[in-house]
Design a protein around this ligand. Structure first.
Ligand SMILES: Nc1ncnc2c1ncn2[C@@H]1O[C@H](COP(=O)(O)OP(=O)(O)OP(=O)(O)O)[C@@H](O)[C@H]1O
Ligand SMILES: [Mg+2]
Length: 295
């Protein structure tokens, strides 16, 4: 990861300047900071306002290989996600879940098929619009070596202290922040206060709540969480997913169970799709993921 790109941006933050495109670009890589960006914006790309997006997501027959002409990592993946619904994507390690997330955030372009937000091919959107429409929280969210308040204000530079606190409360991280001697002024990141993995993810959720995107993509932490953290995470997610399309790459049963639709991936393909009850009764791939010994 190239940290040098961050310093000018931290400088911007300090001086209170706001350069919209820079911020949008930065927000874009914020949660996928260590991923290469290999795509280009079309000269006639269109801008959309997130407020005007309903948030329907269509993944249409998508095939993708990391190496041109190589073995595809995703094959003919089709998922129709109605606006406002919550979809959980599950599957064995290496089945292509995170790769699908990269394509949704357009870190790579599909080789075949298309991904559309409200019917618009994401390749036709300005990258700044894409950033505003899709909020991403990854397994390893990045925190700037700056105060908690500054980290949150990256999402919304003009946010008031009350707005920061409200977002932190919704993300179930306010109590931990307020217990610190310096509260929201506490410096975090590589050289500051170290939050645990679960706390970092909730801080990233707070950041995304401030950005308020109509579509949310969440790659859940794989590691097991203790019961209290698990409950805090579930409450934070419920707050965040309310009223927006939520796509969760899910590792926790509580997230999967409450989803409107579960998509099961296997070796780069969608093999099952349905609610928890229906898939469990079906006794197929989903059922054996839950109870491996029965397979
Ligand atoms: N940047 C990359 N370049 C080449 N191959 C990759 C890259 N990232 C992932 N892969 C390969 O693509 C396949 C799918 O990986 P992916 O990370 O999407 O799986 P996943 O379902 O998210 O797994 P997990 O549950 O372990 O997170 C794997 O075979 C992986 O090795
Ligand atoms: Mg993954």
């Amino acid at each position: 990861m190239n940290l040098s790109v961050l310093w000018p941006l931290q400088e911007l933050l300090r001086t209170g300047l706001e350069v919209r495109t820079t911020r949008a670009l930065f927000a874009r890589v914020f949660d996928y900071l260590d991923r290469p960006v290999e795509i280009v914006e079309r000269p006639d790309a269109i801008a959309v306002t997130p407020d005007h997006m309903r948030g329907a997501v269509t993944i249409e027959n998508v095939t993708f290989a990391y190496e041109k002409g190589g073995e595809p990592t995703l094959r003919n993946v089709s998922i129709d996600i109605p606006a406002g619904s919550h979809v959980a994507i599950v599957g064995a390690t290496g089945s292509g879940k995170t790769t699908l997330g990269y394509l949704l955030a357009r870190l790579y372009d599909v080789d075949e098929g298309a991904i559309r937000f409200d019917g618009i091919d994401i390749r036709d959107l300005k990258l700044s619009s894409l950033t505003e429409v899709l909020g991403v929280v990854t397994q390893e969210p990045y925190l700037l070596n700056a105060s908690i308040a500054d980290n949150l204000r990256f999402a919304k530079p003009d946010a008031t202290g009350a707005e920061l606190a409200a977002a932190a409360r919704a993300a179930q991280i306010a109590t931990q922040i307020e217990a610190l001697p310096e509260g929201y002024k506490t410096v975090v990141g590589e050289r500051g206060y170290r939050f645990s993995g679960g706390e970092k993810q909730r801080l990233a959720l707070a950041r995304t709540i401030l950005r308020d995107p109509p579509i949310l993509l969440l790659d859940e932490a794989t590691s097991a969480l203790d019961t209290r953290t698990e409950q805090a995470m579930s409450a934070a997610l419920a707050a965040l997913s309310k009223g927006r399309t939520t796509i969760t790459i899910a590792h926790r049963l509580s997230t999967v169970r409450s989803a409107d639709m579960i998509v099961v991936m296997k070796q780069g393909r969608v093999v099952e799709c349905g609610t928890h009850e229906v898939l469990l009764a079906q006794g197929g791939a989903y059922a054996s993921l839950l109870q491996p010994d029965r397979a």
